[in-house]
Write a protein that binds this ligand. Structure first.
Ligand SMILES: Nc1ncnc2c1ncn2[C@@H]1O[C@H](COP(=O)(O)OP(=O)(O)OP(=O)(O)O)[C@@H](O)[C@H]1O
Length: 451
């Protein structure tokens, strides 16, 4: 099947030299990029304002301006810039280093190895969000293969499935995915009702879910529709379904089978029809085995199961989310636009994010608010101890450096344990070989002979 158009990474090439530009444009097109080639800085600036690119490859010396000034000027004006990679001649290396400090992604010195350049550009495009197309809009769940698969599958499930089970650690985005499912059911105006089963006291759960008639119990001064009824015609999310007590599980199953319920204090049945999304961070199968979750309900809700991987298993999404949340901040605060220092990105990607997307979102929001200037440095995320130029030795190494060194040591230990067998090590770590390879490259870990 043809890949959708936006899956092709869009490259902005700024190069005035005809021979160099022609050969780069051709090479990148052959490599599967959708290339826009601009000879002048002004044309490129206009395009960068209008189109979304996955990556920019720019010469520093251009006929109408300096590529570095163009980058700085756009960075100050636009809410978000794709990664900039500069092509530098010998005499412009100092300038390229300065640009790195100002937030550029990388530079290569002419003459360069075209294969290495393609590999670097591909990795920047992937880290940033691949296509540079519609990925950053509200209808994407991430850019990792796992999240792309889920994004592609969900609309079909939403049209056909009446029940869905979403599992994953706290904060991975289970409720977000449930809302995405609901938006694609074809009736976006229908109700979406989210209930956290763990947050409702057991004694109130039945009346909250089933509703009650006036006078059904001492506090029932007027009739109330329960969550099941409120979700009628729409989607009901039962979050933390593993926390539902056994006696309520029986009642839930009956509602799912009969599509009817009786409010507390009522004899008359009320018809209810909703799509059910259950979410949990627990292992329901293990709970069935332990007798704390009913097997008949398990089979009823488990028809379609989506597992949302933790962020540490999909580092591509870390950078994508950071940009996504910075962009949200910039939209809300157009006068205080922020952008990321690439060195900060590396530290963010090396951290394991135990609180997943929720923790990352809060960290970005906090960093955007606390950062004194537009460039988000590591100190905004990890504390004042990282402030550039700080000399207090007691604050060294920084948290980011410490986290990176922990990760480096851990990977080395795992590699040694698996005799440096990449596939076995990646499996043991629960990540792909590619992710492992990228981590080794990023952390500067070489094979045993190079050590
Ligand atoms: N794809 C996404 N795009 C934007 N924001 C997201 C995305 N996924 C998650 N978030 C945000 O991350 C936070 C946590 O997400 P969510 O509440 O869906 O996680 P959860 O897995 O349901 O957590 P819990 O298990 O604690 O209930 C929310 O603020 C949510 O808006």
């Amino acid at each position: 099947m043809a890949r959708p158009q936006e899956a092709m990474p869009r490259l902005c090439l700024i190069e005035d030299d005809e021979i160099m530009g022609e050969s780069l444009a051709e090479r990148f097109r052959l490599e599967g990029f959708d290339v826009d080639w601009w000879r002048r800085g002004a044309e490129a600036a206009e395009a960068l304002e209008k189109r979304r690119y996955a990556v920019v490859v720019s010469d520093i010396r251009l006929p109408d301006c300096n590529g570095g000034d163009l980058f700085l000027e756009l960075g100050a004006r636009l809410p978000m810039l794709p990664p900039f990679l500069f092509l530098t001649a010998y005499g412009t290396i100092d300038r390229a280093v300065e640009l790195l400090k100002a937030g550029a992604a990388d530079y290569v010195t002419k003459p360069f190895d075209p294969d290495a350049l393609v590999a670097r550009v591909r990795s920047l495009a992937q880290d940033y969000g691949g296509a540079g197309g519609s990925d950053m809009d509200g209808d994407a769940l991430g850019v990792s293969p796992a999240m792309r698969r889920i994004t592609e599958t969900l609309p079909r499930l939403a049209r056909n499935a009446s029940a869905l089970l979403i599992t994953g650690e706290s904060g991975v985005g289970k409720e977000h995915v449930a809302q995405f499912f609901h938006r694609h059911t074809g009736n976006p105006d229908a109700p979406f009702v989210a209930v956290n089963c763990a947050a409702i006291p057991e004694s109130l759960l039945e009346s909250e879910l089933f509703g009650y008639e006036k006078g059904a119990f001492s506090g029932a001064v007027k009739a109330k529709r329960g969550y099941f009824e409120q979700a009628h015609g729409g989607t009901l999310l039962l979050d933390e379904i593993g926390d539902m007590p056994l006696h309520m599980q029986v009642k839930l199953l009956r509602v799912l089978q009969e599509h009817k319920l009786r409010r507390l204090g009522s004899e008359a049945p009320t018809e209810v029809n909703f799509r059910l999304v259950c979410a949990t961070h627990q292992d329901l199968k293990a709970m069935v085995d332990a007798g704390t979750f009913r097997d008949d309900l398990y089979y009823r809700v488990h028809v379609i199961h989506l597992r949302i991987p933790p962020l540490r298993e999909r580092p591509e999404d870390i950078r994508w989310f950071v940009h996504h949340f910075v962009e949200s901040f910039n939209r809300a605060h157009p006068d205080e636009r922020r952008r990321l220092d690439p060195r900060t990105e590396q530290a963010l990607m090396s951290y394991s994010w135990p609180g997943n997307v929720r923790e990352l979102k809060h960290a970005v929001e906090r960093a955007c608010i606390l950062s004194p200037g537009p460039l988000l440095g590591a100190e905004a995320f990890f504390g004042e101890g990282l402030e550039a130029g700080k000399t207090d030795e007691s604050l060294s190494p920084s948290l980011a450096e410490y986290l990176i060194s922990c990760e480096r040591d851990y990977l080395r230990m795992m590699l040694e344990r698996h005799h440096w067998h990449m596939t076995h090590t990646a499996e043991a770590l629960g990540i792909t070989r590619k992710t492992l390879w990228e981590k080794l490259r990023r952390l500067g870990i070489e094979g045993p002979e190079g050590d």
